[in-house]
Write a protein that binds this ligand. Structure first.
Ligand code: UGA
Length: 471
């Protein structure tokens, strides 16, 4: 396993493309594999099938340098690589809370019998604890020289390139010194730049990812629970978050109160973690994560309630402008997007919803074709009776009361991400509402049948309205 150390990346999704391109930029020869021929052709032509700032340039640089290629052939991959990274998706299982591991299993089952020489297979996908041990046995049976390690990925959408090239920490779940040495070699550059290298068991490595995402979700739901209390008691959650965040033991990150978390990771990882704990007989240990999920989903219902109240208790035929479709700014990902869920609930209440998003309109249209969409912010806002800011894109945070006021029919705004200056908007005659500050009325009663999605959810919100579910 000396020389140039050829790497392969199994799965050309978000994680796989980023990992492949970044490894090529670190100087490795990289071959990526995906079963989708169209995607492979697109990547080989230097075109990104996803939206991720900076990744297109890294992909094209790797192609130009001759260090990065994609194929559909696992045979080619098996012959090429000394280290194979599993980067396939693990979405929420339809109809359940567990992770769907079919892609991970399919990729190992396809690769293992083709492996003809000693190599290291490295899992990066987010999997339930215990998965790696099973895959290691499967791999060892098929090819005695092949070994498994687990190396979870902590990258965030929107900053995926920087997170991959300059990670805070690298977790190496290994069963031998040689696997550890190989991973140190792969990550020599980030390690030289100060990343910490944490060597552990396969199980702890799998748990590290699940626990990290569960903790981040808990922090967001904690501040959103405080938002609920602030709404009831007359507090201001923004000020509260500033005060909490100033304590270095707590820290300000992930204390932005608002519409809550979404995306292809946090919601499904929290649910899968609870499901796995139940399988292991320690469900009580993670029971609090059900409440984390419930708080998160309640924010969506609360936002829709507020719109209903601002429309005078009836949204039938009311023009509503929804700003944001992506689950967070800097992304075109609409999986389990809080913004789209709220838009769907409002449409279910009879509102004439028009959604605008700077990057996610195409994906939103595909996921929720029944909603109305506009190509520009102005088109979405023109004539609106209620405006909801649901994803904190910079162009929304930069809106001015006068500018938006010139477009809408009524100056009514819900700032569900707490990014605007309440004083400025109220001063300009807007009925400005935010989540987590006093001033919103009691939760209004939604009409029966105002259901947004039949999506699977861990917690029943107890209010008869379904929310959540991946798009
Ligand atoms: C998350 C984790 O942050 C990554 O470390 C992890 O690798 C990734 O999941 C994954 O499992 O692959 P990501 O889903 O890209 O990354 O997005 P985050 O930046 O974590 O945001 C998640 C959600 O929380 C977004 O909807 C965001 O709007 C929301 N959020 C975040 C808040 O509502 N408040 C906050 O204070 C922070």
């Amino acid at each position: 396993m000396g020389g140039r150390l050829p790497l392969t990346v199994l799965g050309a999704g978000y994680l796989g493309i980023t990992h492949a391109a970044c490894m090529a930029s670190l100087g490795f020869d990289v071959l990526g594999v995906d079963t989708d021929q169209g995607r492979v052709d697109r990547l080989n032509a230097g075109n990104l099938p996803i939206y991720e700032p900076g990744l297109g340039e890294v992909l094209r640089a790797g192609r130009v340098a001759g260090r990065l290629r994609f194929t559909t052939s696992y045979r080619e991959v098996a012959a090429f690589g000394d280290v194979h990274f599993i980067c396939t998706g693990t979405p929420q299982r339809p109809g359940g809370n567990q992770a769907d591991l079919s892609q991970v299993h399919a990729c190992v089952a396809t690769l293992a019998p083709l492996l003809g020489r000693p190599c290291l297979v490295v899992g990066k996908s987010t999997v339930p604890v215990g998965t790696a041990r099973g895959l290691a046995a499967q791999l060892g049976d098929a090819c005695p020289g092949a070994e498994l390690a687990w190396n979870p990925e902590f990258l965030r959408e929107g900053t995926a390139v920087a997170d991959t090239l300059s990670p805070d920490r690298i977790v190496a779940g290994v069963t031998s010194g040689s696997a550890e040495r190989m991973l140190r070699r792969v990550y020599a550059r980030p390690l030289a730049c100060g990343a910490s290298f944490l060597v552990t068991s396969l199980e702890t490595a799998e748990l590290a990812k699940a626990a990290a995402n569960a903790f981040l979700a808990t922090k967001i739901s904690f501040i959103n629970a405080m938002a609920e209390v602030c709404e009831a008691a007359g507090g201001d959650v923004r000020a509260l978050a500033d005060i909490l965040g100033a304590d270095p033991r707590i820290g300000p990150a992930f204390l932005r109160a608002g519409l809550g978390y979404g995306g292809g990771c946090l919601p499904k990882d929290v649910r899968a973690f609870v499901a796995r704990a139940e399988e292991l007989g320690c469900g009580a240990s993670l029971a609090f994560l059900r409440e984390v999920d419930a708080i998160n989903l309640r924010r969506r219902a609360r936002t829709a309630d507020l719109a209903l109240e601002l429309a005078g208790g009836d949204l039938t035929g009311v023009p509503v402008c929804v700003l944001g479709a992506a689950f967070k700014p800097g992304s075109d990902d609409v999986r389990d997007s809080p913004a789209l869920d709220v838009a769907q609930i409002l449409a279910g209440m009879g509102a004439l919803v028009t959604v605008y998003d700077p990057a996610a309109l195409g994906n939103a249209r595909r996921a929720r074709p029944d909603l109305g969409y506009a190509p520009t912010l102005a088109d979405a806002a023109r004539g609106a009776h209620v405006v909801l800011l649901l994803t904190e894109w910079p162009e929304f945070a930069a809106l001015t009361p006068g500018g938006l006021g010139g477009l809408v029919a009524r100056r009514t705004l819900i700032d569900a991400r707490n990014v605007l200056d309440p004083g400025a908007w109220r001063g300009a005659g807007w009925d400005y509402r935010a989540l987590g500050v006093a001033g919103g009325a009691e939760p209004a009663r939604r009409p029966a049948g105002a259901v947004c999605m039949p999506g699977d959810r861990l917690a029943d919100r107890g209010d008869g309205v379904a929310a959540g579910g991946g798009a």
